[in-house]
Ligand binder design. Structure first.
Ligand SMILES: *Cc1c(COP(=O)(O)O)cnc(C)c1O
Length: 235
């Protein structure tokens, strides 16, 4: 096993442990391996160990990877970074999931540009859960209303909600944020949008997210290693 494959096995083990501690079913929490800034060969290694779902933030970088990895037909691409209007076409044509819908306009473009022969694009509404100035996403009290509008679009399907917890939160502060997400998902269902996904939990806060009902965790550095600092937003 390579180092990445060992890291991957360890992350899988930690997720299983968190599931068990939280009284959740084994295998219930999906893992999205966040490969941003890492080369396609690293993705291949983790793919060879069995991983299929990969998350990418930067559309241009991801574009190149979809080309290099075109021979892996069952790879599932999750866009987890901001999608600017001029990038929606490519995302609509190649992504399986977009976790970062914060505006109706973006969702509308994705729906319009989704090729008719493809299944609807699966999307999550990104919630700016701690109301941080520098973060993307919709305010918590606007999330349900946005999701209801997005759910009316023909070629996207609202799967649920996504958040990035505030950095440096202690476990109690994390719980408050993740439990608010759980409540928002219940509100969303009460509003008539059947959605079951909570995309939350990263390398540093995965166990708390799993305890609070995360269905998909997005893990980067614990698998691929430390990222080079690329400035604000990692760009
Ligand atoms: C980078 C990133 C992750 C993974 O973060 P790690 O701390 O490396 O696990 C998850 N979600 C989003 C939105 C990210 O940008």
């Amino acid at each position: 096993m390579s180092v990445l494959q060992q890291n991957y096995a360890e992350v899988k083990r930690r997720i299983a442990e968190a599931e068990q501690k939280a009284g959740r079913q084994a295998g219930e929490v999906g893992l999205i391996a966040v490969s941003k800034t890492f080369p396609s060969d690293d993705i291949r290694e983790v793919y060879a160990a069995g991983q299929r779902d990969f998350g990418e933030n930067y559309i241009q970088e991801w574009y190149e990877k979809t080309e290099t990895l075109a021979d892996l037909p069952d790879i599932v691409w999750h866009v987890i970074g901001d999608v600017q209007s001029n990038k929606t076409k490519f995302v609509a044509e190649r992504a399986h999931w977009v976790h970062t819908i914060g505006r109706l306009k973006t969702a509308r473009r994705l729906s319009e540009q989704r090729p008719p022969e493809m299944p609807p694009l699966q999307v999550c509404i990104e919630v700016n859960i701690a109301g941080e100035e520098a973060k993307h996403g919709v305010a918590p009290d606007e999330a349900v209303a946005l999701a209801v509008e997005v759910a009316k679009l023909p070629n996207v399907v609202v799967r649920g909600l996504m958040c990035v917890a505030k950095a440096d939160s202690d476990d109690e502060a994390l719980r408050v944020q993740f439990q608010t997400m759980q409540k928002l998902l219940a509100d969303l269902n009460a509003a008539g949008v059947r959605a079951d996904v909570l995309s939350m939990g990263m390398s540093g806060d995965m166990p708390v997210a799993v305890a609070c009902g995360a269905t998909h965790v997005r893990i980067g550095s614990a698998i691929f290693g430390r990222r080079e600092q690329k400035g604000k937003d990692g760009q």
